[in-house]
Design a protein around this ligand. Structure first.
Ligand SMILES: NC(=O)C1=CN([C@@H]2O[C@H](COP(=O)(O)OP(=O)(O)OC[C@H]3O[C@@H](n4cnc5c(N)ncnc54)[C@H](O)[C@@H]3O)[C@@H](O)[C@H]2O)C=CC1
Ligand SMILES: O=C([O-])CC(=O)C(=O)O
Length: 331
């Protein structure tokens, strides 16, 4: 029985044409641990390099007993970040402080801006060709900061830098499914813009299956999706923000990157990237992924009148959030 299962795992591991190294920076944290568990189950990952400032050896010992083909390695402290990132095809970054009740995501910039700068500098030096998926908040400002650090080192490839906004899509699918009394896995809905408050714009007009909701009911649903992060922060009452749902969302996004690296076609995911779609220099839209990251930005989906107005307003907010990145780097 046991040997049959091992055989099955070995066959499963061989399914991926190309299994690659993935590094997780901030892997000991609330998101990092469950995310690492989910990634350990991917046959498309040959090595999982787990890095944190905190000791992560216990987490790695624990994960290493799971009978999948992915090798897990521990890297502890700033000095070991370089080794962790060597030859990584994908770097996922959930490093940094989470919110407490009463804070907004922008309040995290002072601390998390420094974290992102340090990580970006090391990526620029060690693995600038990796696909980079940043989770660290405030996403709207962190991604422009990382882009600037990479630009200053002449290694910026806009196709390879992603702000992870998948949790907004995950929530939109769940809440719409609740309203329709259907399985959330059958719901498709793009979420565009950014990842804070009104910059999160779920496009209910594009929802599949069709969900015709109007007036106050629609406004309430949009607001619930926009404020879902607060819902978790308040429920956790000082113990942090979304971790398990975020780990699920990040694992889904990394899976999309891995499938694209493996040559799968038609892999599409919403993500916050450098963009020419609106006047905001960074903007989340559906992205067609390929082995080199963004294959094609699919741009703005069709919008109804209410969504067009919401985009106009959110672009202004995003421009301010993006400008905060430049201010941060000037300090
Ligand atoms: N993009 C999104 O949708 C979401 C983003 N987040 C953000 O993700 C981040 C992490 O959240 P949690 O895991 O809950 O926090 P956490 O505090 O539980 O874990 C963060 C981990 O990062 C580590 N860390 C800090 N600085 C580091 C550095 N320079 N190098 C390596 N590791 C470092 C810490 O030691 C800690 O283990 C927060 O900024 C949070 O706001 C959270 C939920 C959703
Ligand atoms: O709300 C937070 O601070 C964490 C987050 O980004 C989310 O849950 O969407």
């Amino acid at each position: 029985m046991i040997s049959m299962k091992i055989g099955q795992i070995a066959r499963y591991s061989r399914c991926a044409k190309k299994a690659v190294k993935v590094a997780v920076v901030g892997a000991a944290g609330g998101i990092g641990q469950p995310l690492s568990l989910l990634l350990k189950m991917s046959p498309m990952i040959s090595t999982l390099a787990l890095h944190d400032l905190q000791d992560i050896k216990g987490v790695v010992a624990d994960l290493s007993h799971i009978c999948t083909g992915t090798r897990v390695q521990a890297f502890v402290g700033a000095k070991e970040l370089q080794c962790a990132l060597e030859d990584a095809a994908i770097v996922v970054v959930p490093a940094g402080l989470p919110r407490k009740p009463g804070m907004n995501r922008a309040d995290l910039l002072t601390v998390n801006g420094d974290v992102a700068v340090e990580v970006a500098k090391t990526i620029a030096f060690v693995c600038p060709k990796a696909l980079m998926a940043f989770i660290t908040n405030p996403i709207n400002t962190i991604i422009p900061i990382v882009a600037q650090i990479l630009k200053e080192r002449n290694v910026f490839d806009p196709n390879r830098l992603f702000g992870v906004t998948t949790l907004d899509v995950v929530r939109a699918r769940t809440f719409v499914a609740e309203a329709l009394c259907i399985d959330p896995r059958t719901v498709q809905i793009p979420v565009i813009g950014g990842h804070a408050g009104i910059t999160i714009l779920p496009l209910l007009s594009q929802c599949l299956p069709k969900y015709t909701v109007t007036g106050a009911e629609r406004d309430k649903l949009v607001k619930r999706i926009q404020d879902a992060g607060n819902e978790v922060v308040e429920a956790k009452a000082g113990a942090g923000s979304a971790t398990l749902s975020m780990a699920f969302a990040a694992a889904k996004f990394v899976d999309c990157l891995l499938r694209a690296i493996n040559g799968e076609e038609n892999v599409i995911a919403c993500s916050y990237v450098q963009s020419k779609v609106t006047e905001a220099e960074f903007f989340a839209t559906p992205i067609l992924l390929g082995p080199g990251g963004i294959y094609k930005n699919l741009g703005l989906p069709q919008l109804d009148e209410q969504e067009k107005k919401a985009v106009e307003t959110l672009v202004k907010q995003l421009q301010q959030d993006i400008a905060e990145g430049a201010k941060f780097l000037c300090k």
